[in-house]
Design a protein around this ligand. Sequence first.
Ligand code: ATP
Ligand code: MG
Length: 442
Amino acid sequence: MREVLATLTDAGHEAVLVGGSVRDLLRGQPPGDWDVATSAAPEAVAGLFPGSTWLNRFGTVTVSPSRARPIEVTSYRSETGYRDRRRPDEVRFGVALERDLERRDFTVNAMAWRPADLETGDGELIDPHGGRADLAAGILRAVGDPASRFEEDALRVLRAVRFATGLGLQLEPATADAMRAAAPTTTEVSGERVRDELLRILGDPVALPSRALRLMLDAGVLAAVLPELAALAGVPQGKPLSGDALDHSLRTVDALPAGDPVLRLAGLLHDLGKAVTLADGHFIGHEEAGAEMAAAVLDRLRLPHADVARITHLVREHMFAYAPDWTDAAVRRFVRRVGPDALDDLFALRAADNLASGVAEPARGGIDELRTRIAEVAAAAPLATHQLAIDGFDLQAALGLPPSPEIGRLLGELLEATIEDPALNEREALLDLARRLAAPVD
Ligand code: ATP
Ligand code: MG
């Protein structure tokens, strides 16, 4: 960071720390990232840092200093317009730092620190909007007119939720009113931007996500960005428990680890199906309906396909009910269906679901017993095709088949057979079975 500031100032430009890094330093917290702003134009910044990348017209250049994490260097700019409520119509560079601070969202994010001496760390705080006082008083306040700020960019509604709960700040009343008024317009924010904010809310290492999600509910933001979840408000829990299905979902999220926001998202969405299966009084099939609803939500939020698959799979499987009378083959079938790699996720979700329902896992017939039994059966029999005594090449050679989907199908069938009868997992027995299972060549 010093290196980046020094390179810019040595070249005759003004360079300051801005945004979250100044805010976090004033709070006595290590900044999550360093945001640098400069009077230099983006072209000049890119020229000073070989290997830097310049992605968009907003003048942010990502530079990668030696031995350090990438730093975003943003050229001072002012913004006007926002006719589409998403991005400014016009961005102007070459403005003074004070103009650049005016375009920022909240007073606590609109401070800059100008270094006087990088060696000693002497410098000057530039704080035209009173961010330092607001931070000290525990207040989150929009810069300038709150209504216009949320109208310009509705994502700020979600950012307000994240900063208020993450930093433990109270919303200043006019900011809170404007936020509520703008909540319905968050439907216009792109799925990607909502996703990134939501995952940051869910990944907060300290603040419980339920606080942020409640704030979203109260302000009308949840109904706009996650209507399927908001619909769980008032849906009674299936069991004789207090609260509704939304309370339960929020408690489940809180009980999952912050280090895995995608798993927390699975916890948030795991009971979505309860809103549509309520009619039967028992939520029959809510995991199947819920998995489909979760897929629709996650596609809308542009989650990567792997995360969508991970979450929908957990939603679909979360109702599994282990009983001590399961045969070893039943345990193997369970592992096969869930997939060995998804077991930890599924057990973590079950533990959180239990905690959120006030249900204790029984010592006999509980998850711990199932884990032990899985370890036992895994040691004794294959649970995945790569653990079979033969592989696809053996099948091709023995059956005279070309590489084709048929080979994969056969391996799957052989695995199913060995799951029922582990004694089959032996070369000749498997080849024999494969010959019988192979589609007749015509
Ligand atoms: P974090 O600690 O989470 O990185 P941050 O405040 O640094 O928080 P960034 O998203 O890194 O947040 O943005 C850096 C700065 O850019 C913010 O502090 C704020 O001044 C400004 N900013 C970012 N997004 C917006 C926005 N949508 N509207 C207005 N200003 C914004
Ligand atoms: Mg930042």
